[in-house]
Design a protein around this ligand. Structure first.
Ligand code: NAP
Ligand code: ZN
Ligand code: ZN
Length: 346
């Protein structure tokens, strides 16, 4: 099936229209008309080959909300007309211990990413949500129960689950002091979710530019961490720190702010390896951990939780011809807090 999309063909050239081929609908497949797609910083890392290995042309986009247009004969979980979501993965082996444990993002045989991945089903490549239509196995299609504002639900499919999952994994909530580093797409969702779980949340910022916004989003405190006096005052203060930063930065600065036995959870993936000062980690028995998106069952749980608690992303709508501009603005920190492409513009 031929589908309109926007792709980059090299790491340095702008997005351009591309007609891609989607596989035929199998009995277990769902065909989805894409209505909205969020722009994640991972799209930028991939499109610009910052995590080497991108296979061009690449059609990014893994924060997809759309409408079911066709289902195969074995599909029972959704029907034509339903509003559905697709996140970062569209397939996994289903047989390894992690898949059986509902942790498909950690599939030991390699989950199939929504874009820039080999597609074991078709034998071709996967292409993401900057497109009109996508065919996805029913087991990787999420139900959207939000009744309105579904464009602002799109970012939950990556930014939402990527921050919800570690908060749940480490049981973060009442009685915990949590620091958020980087107030972008992931950071603002980490903030909203940690607040809704009852934690005392501080944004650990580079400047005071986002203070009013952070408070509006629910932050209890806002600290500018480039001031050495603040760093000294906040030494050994937080139970958890969630680092969502996309660019190289000093992790040790934040590690020192963790309490004894505190844990810094990294979800941001700067392209270069970081230097970690073992003394800072060891002197208070601190931990440094990571987390990759979240499994399908947990993603559905997160979507239902957000629908029930009226949680969506703060978004700015954009159009398909403005992706390059959106990327530049994201790199400047000039978006509050997620761009979502209105696919009507394609
Ligand atoms: P984003 O919207 O661009 O937010 C990143 C934030 O990082 C910016 O808002 C900025 O916050 C901060 N930042 C940038 N450069 C910085 C620097 N040099 N020092 C300190 N802070 C800096 O990006 P995103 O979509 O949230 O994604 C964030 C990262 O998570 C990316 O690397 C992405 O690939 C990764 N990611 C990981 C997963 C996963 O499963 N682990 C899933 C999705 C995305 P301020 O303006 O507030 O300073
Ligand atoms: Zn993402
Ligand atoms: Zn598996």
């Amino acid at each position: 099936m031929k589908t309109k999309s926007y792709a980059v063909t090299t790491p340095t050239t702008p997005f351009e229209p591309l007609t891609i081929e989607r596989r035929e609908v199998r009995p277990q497949d769902v065909s989805i008309e894409i209505l909205y797609c969020g722009i994640c910083h991972s799209d930028i890392h991939t499109a610009r080959n910052e995590w080497p290995g991108t296979v061009f042309p690449v059609v990014p986009g893994h924060e997809i909300v759309g409408r079911v247009t066709e289902v195969g004969s074995e599909v029972m979980n959704v029907k034509v007309g339903d509003t559905v979501g697709v996140g970062c993965f569209v397939d996994s082996c289903r047989t390894c211990v992690n898949c059986k444990n509902h942790e498909e993002s950690y599939c030991l045989n390699g989950a199939t990413s929504t874009y820039d991945s080999g597609d074991k089903i078709s034998g071709g490549r996967t292409y993401g949500g900057y497109s009109k239509q996508i065919i996805v196995d029913k087991d990787f299609v999420l139900k959207i129960t939000h009744k309105e504002n579904i464009e602002a639900v799109a970012p939950l499919l990556c930014a939402g689950i990527t921050t919800y999952s570690p908060l749940k994994h480490w049981n973060i909530g009442k009685g915990h002091k949590v620091g958020i580093v980087g107030l972008g797409g992931l950071g603002h969702m980490a903030l909203k979710l940690a607040v809704s779980f009852g934690a005392e949340v501080t944004v650990l910022a580079r400047s005071n530019g986002k203070e009013a916004d952070a408070k509006r989003l629910g932050a209890h405190h806002f600290e500018v961490i480039t001031d050495p006096q603040n760093v000294q005052r906040l030494y050994a203060n937080y139970d958890f720190i969630i680092d969502t930063v996309s660019a190289p930065h000093d992790y040790n600065l934040y590690l020192g702010l963790l309490k004894t036995n505190g844990n810094m959870i990294c979800v941001g993936i700067p392209p270069e390896p970081a230097k970690i000062d073992m003394m800072t980690l060891i002197e208070k028995g601190r931990s440094l951990s990571g987390s990759l998106v979240g499994g399908i069952k947990e993603t559905q749980e997160m979507l239902d939780y957000c629908a029930e608690h009226n949680i969506v992303s703060d978004i700015e709508m954009t159009t398909i011809d403005k992706i390059d501009e959106a990327y530049e603005r994201i790199l400047k920190g000039d978006v509050r807090y997620r761009f979502v492409i209105d696919m009507k513009s394609l």
